[in-house]
Design a protein around this ligand. Sequence first.
Ligand code: AMP
Ligand code: MN
Ligand code: MN
Length: 323
Amino acid sequence: MVTDQLNSIIKNSKNILLVSHINPDGDTLGSMCGMYSLILDNYKKKCEMVAVSKIPSIYNFIPYINEVKFIDELDLSREYDLVINLDVAAIDRCADAKILFEKSKYTINIDHHETNIGYANINVIEPKAAATAEVLVGLAIDLGWNISNETALCLYTAIVTDTGCFKFSNTTPKTMEYAGKMLNYGVDASEVYKNCYESNSKNMVLFQSYCVNKAEFLHNDEIAYTIVYKKDLEKYNSNGEDFTDGLTEKLRAIVTTEIAFVVKELSPNVSKVSMRSKSVDIAQICSALGGGGHKLAAGVLIKASPKKTVELILEEIEKRIYD
Ligand code: AMP
Ligand code: MN
Ligand code: MN
């Protein structure tokens, strides 16, 4: 049984590193801190946690988030007994933490992305789970782990953010059941909502409105996209916060939209694409270009200018959807 293996590997490992994905979201952070809390409470040992890019400040309320180290603070030549990746769809999604992953004695990959190929020694991948945290709640129940209030807050937050507050189509009865269990451990649902959705800066909201305002529409408004240029971002935002979180959903919210995407210029020749759909499978579109994700929420990093990236994406959409 995979749970028995998991239990004995965690029990026998002294140095454990927990890894989150690049551009961290609520699921990867909540799952990582939740796992930290579970291991602390149930095995009485402290793990290390790593982030490979800036943690959005709205997540500062997640328990143990202050324990997370930035990749620069870790010794990349170190050999861990165990590295656990959480919500990391592909090994490249954890940037330089990949070096530590590959050197580790054992590796575990806990995830819910359909495109995850199972790149670790032990893989617990449940594509039907709404969030990696949902997989974790299942594991905690199977292993009879004690769930503290801190653990519950971490995991509940992860489920809330990956389901857009239980409104995306990935939400199942099991998602609700597990989230409900977390409320039983004393989580305040309305506090989590406030922290995740009503804690944005004024500039972020203004910036997103600006981006929506200059969106382009194609195919009778079925396709909606906008480009986020670095210089525009810098005008609104001086502290390096990610101002694009939730922007793609704003374009999908338009009644005619089938596919929405945001192209963010990271550097003149590197663009990050965030894509959402109402029903069309866009994981295949992003996978074809080297990315991945879920049927209705996917992404890809493309080595090209924003304009060229838009061309590549539209080409793929034309070929796969409108041909
Ligand atoms: P985002 O739009 O960044 O929130 O990403 C949407 C979904 O696509 C998430 O579940 C990500 O894990 C996945 N995703 C985003 N970028 C990539 C990528 N470069 N490679 C694989 N999956 C990605
Ligand atoms: Mn994620
Ligand atoms: Mn996730």
